[in-house]
Write a new protein. Structure first.
Length: 503
């Protein structure tokens, strides 16, 4: 009996030590509380400058013994080939007093620990006051989170590939700093009907539909230097059976904005030149080009229903066409683009930044077990608590809310409901909507910014227990990939405070 008790005690001690190691804080003591109020830039305005850079982040498929596990649908989906390149695209914006870096990654997600690692590798010579790193949540890219490996008990992350992505983010930012040049900023918000593009697969049906655009041009010749494009949709168009690495529709959009549309050697629509960065918006809910959604390609005049790369191209073509037509009409002073309330182009755009570390409770049992099983590799500041980050920025008349996950659009734009069948019979908590709180005229929401914590669900719409939402016979999807019901209220309150201080 004494022997058995000793063995049990050793097992318990070993389990405790293993849990302590797996859940340790990867960045002990890291706290960010950054406020740049922009007063210097407003009192002493200086010419705006901008630079862009990019670095490929394709995985190596040359070693059959090291399969590349694709993320986003199910386990055991090994990549077979590379259909088109993945990129880390960077933009550096400098108002003469403050320098901001933005990186958008063709990845499924990038944890806050990884963001901190990138920041620590940025040389002081880059003089970056703040850096945002966003994932596009692409479902045809290598697993960088861990939960899509060979099996549910095996991490899908290749540490070498994660290092490659981190290095690429640093290199892209370095390129962008080197390329910094005088720039003129134009801001645009372009309405986009969701029919034939995006489906909302969970009630209530609320979208984040509009395209938002920062375009930077050379003040001397008006040539495009690059742009930052924001829209909200899951890049998962080729769907679950695809095994080819692809940048999906964001890759098509970037390419068309740069090079135009060329079909059978004929230029259908010229591009802008420059380098273009795409950032995803409020994609929770779930915003997706579902297999049931038929997408029309305006340049091929064809409809695509089945998931495919051609369907991805059609989505990218639609978005690019809207942007290019809008810019052409705006330049010529005609139509809806001319009458839209776009702020005037400017050669000076003061930057303000309010960024803060937040600690979020982890109520999801799966998210607690996964690190212990070696599947998830992110630190915990203490038991059932992780570190993340929220920020609100302004660049002239543009504002940006940086959200560390997949926000439900009703939290951004309004429409949170007291959902029948919800686990909490309460009035909406996340009100007013975030965009009502934000300053500025064109209000961007950067989803999966500086972290990926999963779905951010309104507390009054949270549902894990029967009866299910809106009298559904089946449980809804979302909660299984969320930290817990208090995530949205905590983030909303933090954003409210950051916006209030900026105002």
């Amino acid at each position: 009996m004494l022997f058995l008790l000793s063995v049990a005690a050793l097992v318990m001690v070993a389990g405790f030590l293993w849990a302590t190691y797996c859940l340790r804080d990867r960045n002990p003591g890291y706290q960010l509380q950054l406020t740049i109020d922009g007063r210097k830039a407003k009192v002493d305005p200086r010419p705006l400058r901008v630079g862009f850079g990019r670095e490929r982040i394709n995985p190596s498929l040359s070693d059959p013994s090291r399969p590349v596990w694709l993320a986003g649908f199910s386990n055991g989906r090994a990549a077979t080939t590379i259909h088109d390149d993945l990129w880390a695209v960077a933009c550096v914006i400098d108002d003469g007093h403050t320098r901001l870096g933005i990186v958008a990654l063709d990845t499924i997600g990038f944890f806050h620990d990884d963001v901190i690692s990138v920041r620590r590798h940025l040389g002081s010579d880059l003089k970056l006051d703040y850096t945002i790193i966003c994932s596009l949540h692409n479902h045809s890219t290598p697993d960088l989170m861990g939960i899509w490996g060979k099996s549910i008990l095996k991490s899908g992350v290749d540490p070498q590939y994660r290092h490659l992505v981190e290095s690429a983010a640093v290199n892209a930012l370095s390129q962008a700093v080197t390329a910094v040049q005088p720039a003129r900023l134009s801001l645009h918000e372009i309405p986009v009907p969701t029919a034939g593009l995006v489906a909302d697969t969970r009630k209530p049906e609320v979208f984040d539909p509009n395209l938002r655009l920062m375009i930077f041009t050379n003040p001397t010749n008006n040539h495009a230097i690059g742009s930052v494009v924001g829209w909200a949709n899951h890049p998962e168009t080729p769907w679950a059976h695809n095994t080819e690495v692809t940048a999906d529709f964001p890759g098509v959009l970037r390419q068309v904005l740069e090079n135009g549309v060329v079909i059978n050697g004929q230029v259908q629509m010229p591009g802008l030149g420059g380098i273009h960065l795409y950032v995803n918006g409020a994609v929770g809910g779930l915003m997706t080009t579902h297999p049931s959604t038929t997408v029309h390609d305006p340049f091929l005049n064809q409809d695509f229903s089945k998931p495919s790369h051609e369907k991805s191209r059609a989505v990218g073509h639609q978005l690019a066409q809207r942007i290019l037509q809008h810019l052409a009409a705006h330049e010529q002073g005609r139509g809806e683009a001319a009458s839209s309330a776009c702020p005037a182009a400017t050669d000076s755009a003061p930057i303000t930044i309010n960024a803060r570390t937040v600690e979020l409770p982890v109520d999801n049992v799966n998210f607690l077990l996964a690190p212990l099983l070696g599947v998830l590799d992110r630190g915990h500041v203490r038991w059932k608590t992780i570190r993340s980050e929220v920020a609100v920025l302004t660049i002239g008349d543009a504002s940006i809310a940086c959200i560390p996950g997949e926000l439900y659009p009703e939290i951004a734009n309004g429409g949170v409901v007291r959902a029948p069948g919800g686990d909490f019979d309460i009035d909406p908590v996340e009100v007013p909507p975030i965009r009502d709180l934000m300053p500025g005229k064109v209000k961007f929401l950067f989803g999966l910014a500086n972290d990926e914590i999963g779905y951010i669900i309104p507390k009054s719409e949270w549902d894990q227990k029967p009866p299910y939402l809106f009298n559904s016979e089946k449980p809804v999807y979302g909660e299984i990939n969320s930290l817990g019901p208090n995530t949205a209220p905590l983030l909303h309150q933090t954003i409210r405070e950051l916006c209030a201080s900026l105002r």
